[in-house]
Structure formats: structure tokens, C-alpha cells
Design a protein. Structure first.
Length: 584
């Protein structure tokens, strides 16, 4: 009976007591551990399976936590977490009250930097290396970054700066030739040629004053360990290029790397996904976007679709398949995506720029400087707006209403259902003379028969959904579903305001003159979001009504199921109902 190694490892210190020839066995056990837990608890699978050997080697060679590891994005750090004292609680991964799905400083001394958004690791690690030098400390600083993440602008900024320092910094480029979807761009081609040996010797990494080594097999423990040991003795900036396979060790995950990036529940013994429930359900908002843009693009040849590295997550993949020369995956490059769209708009094209709400934070200046200031009619589709669930604080799209609301010329719309999303997309492509941001949540909507004929919407017009006497509830976006449920038997009015900008002031004057108490509800921060707009309206017109704002409080919301998190912040139907009853 093979001796179990993983059971005895609760820290890298114990890992480092193993003989090197025991490490392949440890890799087998660690891979199995990850598969067994993610099969039932869900999460990011492929990336972590791809770096099992690399993770073991890094903690074996370097004296962690004194030597600092920074995992880029951090979705591949399940092995890191299991080896650094969280094995026995790893089954709480991404669950409310459990450990985060990404490295988090407050979770462990081994998590040197909080991650979740890509391409931050080189900058953060350089910061640590410069600090160590200034403090006279002699430690190693290692950034582990993927082939898609290193192609992002911020990663290049980190490389560019590192190259003119003598920082003791090692970048491990984990090259598996894929992001969530196949990685794109000239750098991808370059790395492919390097791997094939057909690349002329103009090594761009060496050109940036890095000591470049590799490419080596990222699953060959002996090779990685000996190369890491050698690199420990090399001064200054270094880059080790390792080749791995995303999903390594689970056949289905290797064969369908996109699906198994985050496969949901699957049979750990066979790797097969669990069968989907047969019942008819409303569509995912992303698919309403993805299928509708295909419908519209077929009728309007000016329509373009753009995604920064999320063709599957945004469902722009349908347009990429159907009309490939009018759909662009620009890689992890949100800033470039926005300004690319702006450039296209100057030439009369109609770009739908689809970016997750949280990732659009990366391109805030581009929205202001390159789009709104020039009043260019870019159509921003912000998927994953609001609480997203298990990805937690780094991924909740809860700031977009606040961070966009202060930008002049920008229309802001939030559909309460799939039909509204389709109709605003249809309306926007008819031709606007200014940009618009359309924000909608992760997951399914509420309408089974959603594919209804298009109807143009009046920009800036809200809608009454329910008539009552006691007070008025004003909601924005898909959270209307919870409000509808909350007030089902209450004598209160409910308005879907639909637009945060421009506000339906005619409707608002009517509401303020009719109801003493007004409650706003939004799946977004109350600090500067939709509720703040209503408060500003009341102040501007000297209304003395009682106004209460419900939304995300002024703190970061952790990970958990969306329903759990909505309850936590008081946005579930029951909490909304209780609140209304408490102030009637
Ligand atoms: C700024 C930002 N944009 C998009 C994402 C979504 N995202 C998560 S992982 C990933 C692909 C990362 O690919 P790579 O760097 O090659 O790492 P791998 O998964 O292959 O290990 C993307 C696009 C993100 N986390 N951050
Ligand atoms: C790790 C990362 O940033 C992405 O994989 C993100 O988790 C995708 O989110 P969705 O699952 O909502 O598409
Ligand atoms: Mg990759």
C-alpha cells in the first residue's frame, strides 16, 4: 500500500522534508485531492491541475513564506492553498464563511498578495523586491503568471520597469497556450514559435534585460527543481518559461479546457460532467446578449462585438462563430478593448463592447477620455453586474453604477429582464449620438419566452410595475425580481426606473408628489449609486420626502452563493419586505 504523503503535509516546511523522488507521488495525491473536492464543491479546476508540479517545486525549492510567491489571477492556486495549511478546510473553498477561491493576504501568510484580476503579479512582486532590497533583506520574489495574463498591458508595464532594476525577481511564465478561451495575439504566436523552436533568436524577454530560461516541461519535477535551484543563484530579473497542460491529469479537462476551466459539478471518478436538469429554465443573461447580437448583426452590418478574453463567459462566442470578421477577442486587454471600440465608432461602426462590470474598472479612463468626452456611441454591455457569488469581493460588479454615473454624456441602463435587455440592444444599434452602458447580472433571468419581437425603448423613461398607496419602491435592473416578490401582497407602488442616466424626472416629480416615503433598491453600492441619484434629485428640487436607499453597504462583500450574499446585505425578497413593513 503506497504511503500517503499529503496527509502529513500541513506546511511547506514538512514538504521540504520529503526526498525529491517522493514528490511525483505527492503530485498524484495533490491532483486527486483537488479533483475530489472541486467535483462536488465546484470552482476553477483546469488551471490548478496544470500547475500541480510547479506548485510543489516552488514550495520545495524556495523558503516560503519568507520567499514571496505571487500567483497571477490566483485561480490556479488551489494546490498552493492545500500545501500551505488549508488542506483540512479546502472543502470550504469559495463558500460563505469559507476560504476564498483566490489567494488573500488576510487568509494566510503564504498568500503574499490578494489577486483575482489578472496581470498584477509582476508589479506587486517588483514592489516587494524593491522593498526587500531597501530593507536589506535577502529573499526571493517569484511571480507566477499565465500566457494570457502576461499579454495584458499591466504585465508589460511590470516587465518594463523590472528590466531596468537589479531586483531579485523571478517571473515564472506558465505557458499552456490558453486563457479561459484560447489565448490570442502576436505574443501567443511568439510563444508558440519559441516552443516549436522556429522563433528567430530575438528573444523579447532578453531584450528587456531579463535572464530568460526555458522553455522546460512544467510537469517534469526534476527539471523544474533543478532549474529553480540554478535560478536561485542568478542575480537580477529572471524569467523561466514553463510549458504546461491546463487540466493536466484529468482526461476530460485536458480535452475540453474551456469547459473545465470552471466545470461545475462532475463525477470525480470518471471526470464526466453531471447531467443538466431537463426542466425548461429562463436563459442566462449572457446568452440573451450573445444570441441577440447575432440577430442584430445579421440585420445591421455596422455592428461589431468586442470582448477582452471572455468569449465564452460573455457569450460573444456565438457572434465569433457566426460572423467572425465582426467579432474580436482582444485578449486580457480591457483598456485596449474600450479604445478600440472608440476608434471604430469614429468611423461609423456600432461597437458592442462586452466587459464584465468588475473588469471594466480596469478601463475607467478610457471610458471617460476616449469615449464619453468625445461622445462616441460605444455600446458597453456590462455582464456580471451586481453580486456574482462564489468569485467574491474581487469579482462582484457592484461599483459600476457609482463609477459610471458621474461621467457626462453616458447613458446608463439596467434591464429588469431579458426582454428589456434585447430591446435596449435593439434601440442602441438604431443609432445613438452618445455612449450607453447596459448592466446586467450573472446567471439566469426570469422569462422563458424571452425571444420576443424587438420594440424600441424611449431613452430616459421609467415604468410603473405595481400600483399601491402606502409608499413607492424604485428599483433599477434585475433586482426588480426580489422587489416584486417582497411586495406581492403589500399596498405599495413599484417603479422600474430603468435608466440611472438620464433620470425620468417627469415620473420622479409625480412620485415625489404622490408618496411621502420612497425606497430605492439596487444591486450595487449605496455609496454613489442609483439611490444617491434619487437623493440628489430630491435635494435639487427641495423635496422633503422620506427616502431610504437599499443596496450594497460600504464594505467589500465576501464570496458565497448569490442568494446567501443578498440576504447578508438585505437585498433578498424577505429582507426587503421586512424593511418595508418596518417603516410603513
Ligand atoms: C483583468 C481581468 N480580466 C479578465 C479576467 C478573467 N480571467 C480569469 S482567468 C483568465 C485567463 C487567464 O489565462 P492565463 O493567464 O493563461 O492563466 P491560466 O488560466 O492558463 O493558468 C481570465 C481572462 C481576470 N481575472 N482579470
Ligand atoms: C478567474 C476569473 O476571473 C474568471 O474565471 C471568472 O471567475 C469568470 O467568472 P464567470 O464564471 O462569472 O464567467
Ligand atoms: Mg494560460
Amino acid at each position: 500500500m503506497q504511503k500517503q504523503l499529503l496527509t502529513h503535509i500541513n506546511s511547506p516546511k514538512e514538504l521540504r522534508t520529503l526526498k525529491q523522488d517522493e514528490l511525483p507521488q505527492l503530485a498524484i495525491e495533490l491532483r486527486e485531492f483537488i479533483i475530489n473536492i472541486v467535483a462536488t464543491k465546484e470552482g476553477h479546476l483546469g488551471a490548478s491541475l496544470g500547475v500541480v508540479e510547479l506548485t510543489i517545486a516552488l514550495h520545495y525549492v524556495f523558503n516560503t513564506p519568507e520567499d514571496l510567491l505571487v500567483w497571477d489571477v490566483g485561480h490556479q492556486a488551489y494546490g498552493h492553498k492545500i500545501l500551505t495549511g488549508r488542506k483540512n478546510i479546502f472543502d470550504t473553498n469559495r463558500q460563505l464563511g469559507g476560504i476564498s477561491g483566490f489567494p488573500k493576504r488576510e487568509e494566510s501568510v503564504y498568500d503574499s498578495f490578494g489577486v483575482g484580476h489578472s496581470s498584477t503579479s509582476i508589479s506587486a512582486t517588483l514592489g516587494m523586491a524593491i522593498a526587500s532590497k531597501l530593507k536589506g533583506e535577502n529573499k526571493h520574489h517569484i511571480a507566477i503568471i499565465g500566457d494570457a495574463s502576461i499579454a495584458s498591458g499591466m504585465a508589460f508595464e511590470g516587465l518594463n520597469h523590472t528590466g531596468v532594476t537589479d531586483a531579485n525577481l523571478l517571473v515564472v511564465l506558465n505557458d499552456n497556450a490558453i486563457g479561459i478561451d484560447p489565448s490570442v495575439g502576436a505574443l501567443k504566436q511568439y510563444l508558440t514559435n519559441v516552443k516549436k523552436g522556429t522563433q528567430k533568436r530575438n528573444n523579447i524577454i532578453e531584450a528587456l534585460n531579463f535572464d530568460y530560461s526555458g522553455p522546460i516541461d512544467g510537469h517534469d519535477l526534476e527539471k523544474i527543481i533543478s532549474e529553480l535551484e540554478r535560478l536561485k543563484t542568478v542575480k537580477g530579473p529572471k524569467l523561466l518559461h514553463v510549458i504546461t497542460t491546463k487540466g493536466k491529469g484529468l482526461k476530460q479537462a485536458e480535452n475540453d479546457q474551456v469547459k473545465y476551466h470552471a466545470p461545475g459539478k462532475f463525477d470525480a471518478s470518471t471526470g464526466d460532467l453531471l447531467p443538466k436538469s431537463g426542466l425548461i429554465q429562463p436563459p442566462k443573461y449572457q446568452d440573451v446578449f450573445g444570441l441577440t447580437i447575432v440577430e442584430l448583426a445579421k440585420q445591421n452590418e455596422k455592428i461589431i462585438g468586442i470582448t477582452p478574453a471572455m468569449p465564452t463567459g460573455s457569450s460573444l462566442k456565438y457572434l465569433m462563430e457566426e460572423i467572425p470578421d465582426r467579432a474580436f477577442d482582444v485578449g486580457i486587454a480591457e483598456q485596449h478593448a474600450v479604445t478600440l471600440a472608440a476608434g471604430m465608432a469614429t468611423q461609423g461602426l456600432i461597437p458592442f463592447c462586452n466587459i464584465y462590470s468588475t473588469f471594466l474598472q480596469r478601463a475607467y479612463d478610457q471610458v471617460i477620455h476616449d469615449v464619453a468626452l468625445q461622445r462616441l456611441p460605444v455600446i458597453f454591455c456590462l455582464d456580471r453586474a451586481g453580486l456574482v457569488g462564489e468569485d467574491g469581493a474581487t469579482h462582484h460588479g457592484v461599483f459600476d453604477l457609482a463609477y459610471l454615473r458621474s461621467i457626462p454624456n453616458l447613458i446608463i441602463f439596467a434591464p429588469r429582464n431579458e426582454v428589456e435587455l434585447r430591446n435596449i440592444m435593439y434601440t442602441a444599434q438604431l443609432g445613438l449620438d452618445q455612449p450607453i452602458a447596459i448592466r446586467y447580472p450573472r446567471g439566469r433571468g426570469v422569462t422563458i419566452d424571452w425571444k420576443q419581437p424587438f420594440k424600441p425603448l424611449d431613452i430616459g423613461k421609467g415604468e410603473q410595475l405595481k400600483q399601491g398607496k402606502q409608499l413607492a419602491v424604485l428599483s433599477i435592473g434585475a433586482i426588480a425580481k426580489n422587489v416584486t416578490e417582497a411586495i406581492i401582497d403589500l399596498n405599495v407602488s413599484h417603479y422600474d426606473m430603468r435608466f440611472v442616466k438620464p433620470l425620468d424626472e417627469v415620473l420622479l416629480h409625480n412620485i415625489f408628489k404622490t408618496y411621502h416615503t420612497i425606497i430605492t433598491v439596487e444591486d450595487g453600492t449605496v455609496k454613489g449609486g442609483f439611490g444617491s441619484t434619487i437623493l440628489e434629485f430630491a435635494s435639487a428640487y427641495n423635496y422633503k420626502n422620506r427616502i431610504k436607499t437599499l443596496g450594497i453597504p460600504d464594505n467589500f462583500v465576501e464570496h458565497g452563493k448569490v442568494e446567501e450574499l443578498q440576504k447578508l446585505v438585505g437585498l433578498d425578497a424577505e429582507s426587503i419586505r421586512k424593511f418595508i413593513l418596518s417603516i410603513q
